[in-house]
Structure formats: C-alpha cells, structure tokens
Write a protein of this length. Sequence first.
Length: 67
Amino acid sequence: KNNSEYIEPNTLKEIFEKFKSKPVLNYRLSSGLGLYLSREIIKAHFGKMIAKSYTNNTNIFGFSIPI
C-alpha cells in the first residue's frame, strides 16, 4: 500500500505488461520490467497479482500464492 497518484482503470489493466508507461506532465511514469517480472514469477507458482487504485491517491499492490 502506498500513497501516490491515482491510476486510471485502463492503465491499471495493463500495468503488469512489459515496458508499459504513461506520460505524466513532463515525465513518464513507467513500470518497466519490475511489475512484469513479478507477475511472471507469481504466475509460475500458480498465484495471482492484484492492483487497486483509489481516488484518494492510495494504491495497493499484492499477490497470493496457493499453499
């Protein structure tokens, strides 16, 4: 959980894709490979990644892996 800029639903759907970025004012917000690699590792263990963003500038990222 962190406090950062609200992420639009369309962007949130793609946030775990390779090299995704979005322009924000005069710079780019990019997930690069970090979230993509995280998702691939979690998927390899039959888990799921989650990402939620709220208009109060709270974002939650997490995962679950079955035991």
